[in-house]
Design a protein around this ligand. Sequence first.
Ligand code: NAD
Length: 439
Amino acid sequence: MREDVAVKEQVARPQEKSALPQKMSLYDNVVRQFSKAADLMRLDPDIRKILGRTTNEIVVTFPVKMDDGRIEMFTGYRVQHNNALGPFKGGLRYHPSVEIDEVRALATWMTWKSAIVNVPFGGAKGGIQLDPSSCDLRELERITRRFTFALGNNIGPEYDIPAPDVNTNPQIMAWIVDTYLSTIPPHERQASGHVVTGKPVELGGSLGRDKATGQGVVFTIEQWAKDNSFDLKGATYTVQGFGNVGSWVARLLKPQGSKLIAVEDVTGAISDSKGIDPDDLAKYVRQHGGLVGYPKISPIDHDAFFQTKADIFIPAALENQITADTAPLLNVKLVAEGANGPTDPEGDRVLEERRIDVIPDILCNSGGVIVSYFEWLQNKRSEFWDLEEVDAKLHKKIINGYQRVRDTARSFNTDWRTAAYIVALSRLETVYKERGIFP
Ligand code: NAD
């Protein structure tokens, strides 16, 4: 049994309105977005108190033996924001910048995301403060397994279900499943494989999960184009981040006849007005770990990347990229947010003033959690759906969410991010009112 695997620390829950630090933190962005929507929709003050806080914040430190025999200490996080609609759900991120405030923000966005597209999950997020490029595959496996062990019963197939995020992938999910199953009683193992989603397909993963977030982004862009009588054939787009989300968006827009003209990742940026082949670039990035050195295309700097004139910009890297400094540089009609939190509140204000449309992250990138839900369902029912079925169901769910957000933006005469919050908060408010508060 796993009772001996204790939570290292349960830190205090955040207040909805805290004294703002000198520099706005990611969670401050969430608080500002939340407050704007809650004020506009006149969210019940009691429900506001509940949703303005996270439920559990777990911080674990754990030792790992490195290849050279040295012991290294690591810090891992899991924040569970809310589970009124279903089990906690959200990705795991391996990145040097991972800390409690960032994870708290990402966990909270997960709650809103699942509520908008009506999947029966709550919100959570986690990760390890780690630069994965600083360790080899065997070390990464030991770090992952030790982190899973340290989390213990704080994750579980009906309680809290991790998934891939920045710098994590199906292989890492496979190690988590194996470690988790090895530490629960044998008779529970067969029925517990859905403790994570985003697994390799052979291990119970869903067809279509790998591309799901990018596919969802593309479905929302297609709907936006339809609503605005905009022809995607011949349209130009730029992508920041060419990992799972960015590369899939780029590749799935290609068959529409749209043209990728600039890309930036952590290694640099490139642009070509004649068009960059996303499939070829994805192959290069897989082989070289980044786009730097991609042949025959000129590198550009960060500002030039932001200034590239295009129809659509897809941020698919990290948060706080579109700010008061960078939003004025953008020369696009639409920002489709593949990343979580790519636009800060000042960036939002500039985009609104400049009448640039935004499909907000909590709607736009919800394809990942939607197909994670399908994977979870298939595991529970011992089913295996084909790709057409997964894609059709994804399309239906994300477009329903899109239409709810669009209609809410119209009826409240507000921006789409605030409208997306209102959709989520209304659903949660109804559920809390129906359930009541124990005791
Ligand atoms: P990934 O690790 O596969 O790719 C991240 C990409 O961002 C890489 O190309 C990397 O080079 C680039 N990047 C990192 N730092 C950068 C910087 N400073 N400037 C420019 N580029 C930089 O991660 P991912 O899974 O594609 O996630 C990307 C974003 O999408 C994150 O915000 C994540 O939370 C969000 N997201 C991911 C999923 C999913 O299913 N993977 C679902 C929803 C949202």
